[in-house]
Design a protein around this ligand. Sequence first.
Ligand code: BES
Ligand code: MN
Ligand code: ZN
Length: 485
Amino acid sequence: MELKLVTANATDIDADAVVVLEWEGEPRPELEKSLADLYTSGEIKGKPNEFTLLHHLAGFKSRRTLIAGAGKREKFNPASLRKLAGAAVRHLKGKGIATLAFALDDAAGTPAHISAVAEGALLGGWEPDYLKTDKKEKDEPISAITIATRTADASLTAALEKGRVVAEAANLTRDIAVEPPNLLTPLALADRARKMSEACGLSFEVLDQDRMRQLGMGSLLGVAQGSDAPPAMIIMRYTPANATSKDHLGLVGKGVTFDTGGISIKPSEGMEKMKYDMAGGAAVIGAMQAIAHLKPSVAVTGIVPAVENMPGSNAQRPGDIVTSLSGKTIEILNTDAEGRLILADAITYAKQLGCTHLVDTATLTGAIVVALGHTSSGVFTNNDELLARWMTASVEAGENMWHMPLDDDYRDQLKTVYADIQNIGTRWGGACTAAMFLKEFAEDTPWVHVDVAGTAWLDDAKPSLAKGPTGVPLGTFVNLAMNWR
Ligand code: BES
Ligand code: MN
Ligand code: ZN
């Protein structure tokens, strides 16, 4: 997709369609005459997600004009513009539009707005239909998008580029996350990461099963042993040319390519959704692609433990006790609490690689979906300073995050007489006990855990996004690295 920035007025843009913002309660003076009926009848109010498509609007060069409700001016921010751009692209899909322009008022002309509009438009164009073979079933994609502002400078061009890089990375994450589990095995996931790393100059390594055995990753291997598909520990490294500190950020993402639950098998209804149990890993792979292009000043290592959780004849049993890479022993009481088991070894390994700060993300618990629904990811931490950076980065990315508790009291639920820790707590506070389990392995290293079980996948399309994988929390990962001081 071609994406460019120009300085122009909405009326002068030659495109198949031009999108114009309409503020709630502020009819546009230049349109008040030609749109008088629409304004007085209340058809155009300027509310978010209100779109009115007009043909050959008087005074406009473009064939069509999309009047896009932007809401109240004082509530408008880059996150609202990101959504508006995505929804506009989706509104215009399948209407024979090849070239599209966004005409931005001064109120929407900052670098953050430019990144957001580029991002939103590219994200809105993505569809989960790559395995449909009938082309007629698919909408013709928009081939070029122009963003028109009143004034232009170098900071806006850089912002456009950032938006493109982030959205393309998020769409890579979504491409990977949407792949069905028969095709996206742990080794296939490693292959996607390898191709990405080679294409953008990251150093890349995979630990295979034998290597993981030598190192002592008993917690991960216990999960993997129920499947014929071999596991992989995927490692992608970005080293800055001019590091401004000795900090080394580790991004860890759960890569369970399918989660049947293992011997503690899940009910069949809805089990197909467990193909997105590698969405955290896919977000790390996408984030590393964006980081390779945007070149932050901090070293970043992406780590994705990849396994399939199956109830094969060699599967681990409830009652098994495994020794993790950290040396800590874990009693398995439920084989469906597998994400924390593979993350435990990945977190320990990240520390062994020298990471000084860690963020992990995982579709870890159903409990976080009960707590926060599909709108916010749950965030847990052992370090308030890293948490503050994470939250700031998330606001810029337009990804909703909610800080959840992690008091020592939750640790009591993980006590067992047979081993150092057990892998599940009680029915209650399941997202918190899962996070507590991970904290045991992060130890004193500043760490943030992001449970995206409710936010990494949309069961229904939104106006701005197709159904399926969302890419969350890739945008926050990228901003965290870019803002690092
Ligand atoms: N992958 C699931 C969590 C999940 C649930 C992700 C719903 C997305 C949507 C995870 O491995 C799991 O099975 N967790 C169990 C833990 C329980 C056994 C303690 C859960 O949440 O039920
Ligand atoms: Mn599970
Ligand atoms: Zn899982």
